[in-house]
Design a protein around this ligand. Structure first.
Ligand code: CP
Ligand code: NVA
Length: 301
């Protein structure tokens, strides 16, 4: 039997993605109603974090607890993986004990190699290339606030990073238009542009890119692993701050999202992220519900 992994959003087809989002909304209502639902009793999710995390760790751990299972936090500081044990060996061993493995790491190739040697589903909790779990939560949040996203316009402002790449995947799968506005030299990777070509437009001017937009999204200017580029990036990214002035270019009822953690005064002004168009807090909470839907999809037949 082939094992189903979730390494990028495109591991789902459009229907599966939509069904998963509907299920996330249902699971959220069930939890709100105090319903006990434990489909993963006695199951274990192992979580390897080679980068820091608040939301990803807490949402997966909490989700597994709600489902009657258990989650293990594994840091490279305390495991043999951190001392150079090969990825192939770690994957074989961990997957012989755990029922599912979540990995947050640097190079995307590492998670692909891990998945190749894992006998259980592997979930991408963020790589340098993509952040697919976040796009489950973001799209759930949009649907809850505004309904179907098909045919809408979304604007990505800032770095053409892992989050931007996953938005490009989502645009294609859910059929929305994605405007991308980045400083020169910080555009998304060409392979992702080629893949999503039919659904994206690169627009250098941030105001023009936000025109007619239903959703404006941004992320940090320097991602994890790029800390030493922070100063250099601040200069290049300054015109790309999402502030009240930029939000005015979008539709009056446009939503604002940010995967968090946010740097107020850099990629977003405080009045926008803390303002009434921001749904960043629902977006963060939905990591829990959306990933429960994902765990159920991968582990409950
Ligand atoms: N958005 C997100 O993935 O947050 P963490 O880095 O806190 O997990
Ligand atoms: N682009 C950010 C997302 C953090 C959740 C990073 O990779 O650090």
């Amino acid at each position: 039997m082939t094992v189903r992994h979730f390494l990028t959003l495109t591991d789902l087809d459009s229907n599966e993605y939509k069904q998963l989002l509907n299920r996330a909304i249902e699971l959220k209502a069930m939890q709100r109603n105090g319903e006990i639902y434990e489909p993963l009793k006695n199951k274990v999710l192992a979580m390897i974090f080679e980068k820091s995390s608040t939301r990803t760790r807490v949402s997966f751990e909490t989700g597994m607890a709600h489902f009657g299972g258990h989650a293990l936090f594994l840091s490279p500081r305390d495991t043999q993986l951190g001392r150079g044990e090969p990825i192939e060996d770690s994957a074989r061993v961990l997957s012989s004990m755990a029922d599912c493995i979540m990995v947050r790491t640097f190079e995307h190739e590492k998670i692909e190699l891990f998945a190749q040697y894992s006998s259980v589903p592997v979930i991408n909790g963020l790589t340098d290339d993509v952040h697919p779990c976040q796009l489950l939560a973001d799209m759930q949040t949009y649907i809850e606030h505004r309904g179907d996203i098909q045919g809408k316009t979304v604007t990505w402002v800032g770095d053409g990073n892992n989050m931007c790449h996953s938005y490009m995947h989502a645009a294609k799968l859910l059929d929305f238009k994605l405007n991308i506005t980045c400083p020169q030299g910080y555009e998304p990777a060409q392979a992702f542009i080629d893949e999503a070509n039919s659904h994206i437009e690169l627009i250098a001017d941030p105001k023009e890119a936000c025109e007619n937009s239903d959703l404006v999204v941004t992320d940090v200017w320097a991602s994890m692993g790029q800390e030493e580029e922070q100063e250099l990036r601040i200069k290049a990214f300054e015109p790309y701050q999402v502030n009240a002035d930029l939000m005015k270019a979008a539709k009056t009822d446009a939503l604002f999202m940010h995967c968090l953690p946010a740097h107020r005064g850099e990629e977003v002004s405080a009045d926008v992220i803390d303002g009434k168009q921001s749904v960043a807090w629902d977006e963060a909470e939905n990591r829990l519900h959306a990933q429960k839907a994902l765990l159920e999809f991968l582990l409950v037949s």
